[in-house]
Ligand binder design. Sequence first.
Ligand code: SPV
Ligand code: MG
Length: 301
Amino acid sequence: MNKKSTQFKQMLYSDRLEFLMEAHDGLSARIVEEAGFRGIWASGLCISAALGVRDNNEASWTQVLEVVEFMSDATSIPIMLDADTGYGNFNNVRRLVRKLEQRGVAAMCIEDKLFPKTNSFIDGEQQPLADPEEFAGKIKAAKDTQTDPDFCVVARVEALIAGWGLGEALRRAECYHRAGADAILIHSKIPTADQVLAFMREWGNTSPVVIVPTMYYKTPTSVFEEAGVSVVIWANHLLRAAVRAMQDVADLILSERSLVAAEERIAPLRELFRLQNVAELKRAERRYLPARPLPHRATAL
Ligand code: SPV
Ligand code: MG
C-alpha cells in the first residue's frame, strides 16, 4: 500500500472521478474507510460543530490538529484537512504543513478568505476575500515547506461564493496554480452546477479540480464526471446523519423514560467495541501481560 500522500496524489491525477467523504473524529473517519471510500475530508464545519463551536476559527488550530491526528491514527486512507485560511499568514501555514506531515495527513486545502473565516453558506457575499498575491504566497510557502514530495496543497477559490464572477474566479485559480497548488477547489453555493461547469469549460486540464456539491446536490454525478472534475467532496453528511439520529434517540429516551424502544434503533455496544478494535488489545494483552494472575486481581484475602 502506498503512503497516504501518494494515494491522495494518485486520486487527484487518476482518470476516474474520485470521492472524499466527510469525517470529523476518529470514529467517523474509521466508518468512512470501512464504507469503502478511498479518502476523507476532514471538514472544518463538521469538526467545529462536533466540538460544539462555530465554523469561525473558534476552535484553535492545534485543537483541530489534535482531532485530525486521531482521525489519521484511526485510518489507512488519505485525509485532506480543511485548513480554512491556513490559520494566519504564510508563516502559520509553514508550521501547519510541518505538523500535518508529522501526523500523516496527506493533504490540506486552504481558502482565499480572511481569518477568522465564516462558513461559505453564511452571508457569503459579505465575506471579504484575501489579496490573491498574498494568498499565493501561502501556497508557495506550503509547497516550499513540505518535505514529502507527495503532500498536496489544494487552493480553494471563494470568488463565486463572495459574489464575484467567473473572470475573478479564473484569475485567482490561475494565480494559485502558478504558485504551485496541486489542485483548485472551486466552490459554489447556487443550487445548480452551472457556475462550476462554466469554470470547468474555461479551466480545462490546467490542473485537477475539486468540487463540493452540497448546494447543487441534485446534479447527477455523471455530469461532474463528464465535465472532467477530479474529486468530489461529500462535505458534511455523516455529521448531519448523526445529528438527526442523536436528536431522535434523545427525544425517545426522554419521553419513554426507558431504553427499550431505543435499544433496537441504535448500534449494539459490541459494534462500538469492534470499531475501537478491542480485539487487538485482547491479543496484545495475551502477548505482553504475564499469564499468571496479577496481584490486584486476587479474589480472596
Ligand atoms: C467544510 O466542510 O467545512 C467546508 C465546505 O469547508 S463548506 O461547508 O461548503 O464551506
Ligand atoms: Mg470548511
